[in-house]
Structure formats: C-alpha cells, structure tokens
Design a protein around this ligand. Structure first.
Ligand SMILES: [Zn+2]
Length: 78
C-alpha cells in the first residue's frame, strides 16, 4: 500500500513539473501576438477621416493615405 502511495506521489510530482514546464511556453507564445497587435500602425484615410490598420492602406501617387481604392478614386475625383 505504501508503495502505491509513493508511486502516486511521484506521478503527481512529474505531472506538476510537466504542467509547469508547458505553461511558460503558452505565456511566451502569447506576448508576440499581443505586441504584434499593439504594434499595428493606424493610419487615417484622407477621404473619410477614419483610422484603419496600415496593412490595409492604399496610397496615391503623392503618397496620400486612403482606407480603400474606392476612397482614393473618390478623393481624386473631388
Ligand atoms: Zn476612407
């Protein structure tokens, strides 16, 4: 009976150590994601004046920023 108890304790310790090892991996995997989101530069459309992610930006020949091709076209027409 004592042997079984020790086996259970050893298994519990191994299980705790494994879960502790795996949790920092999850934590370290999270920050790059959140910093990527935070590092996303927001630009303002010259036409509708709304802010949008720089990755979606559309530029005209004079490097004016627009949120869409449609707004670039409308701005050029006005
Ligand atoms: Zn716009």
């Amino acid at each position: 009976m004592k042997l079984l108890l020790w086996a259970a304790i050893v298994l519990a310790v191994i299980w705790i150590l494994r879960s502790k090892k795996s949790s920092p991996k999850v934590d370290s995997a999270m920050p790059p994601h959140s910093t990527e989101d935070a590092a996303e530069v927001m630009l303002r459309c010259a036409h509708c004046k709304t802010y949008f992610p720089a990755s979606e930006a559309v530029f005209d020949s004079s490097h004016t920023v627009f949120c869409s091709v449609e707004h670039r076209r409308q701005h050029a027409a006005s």
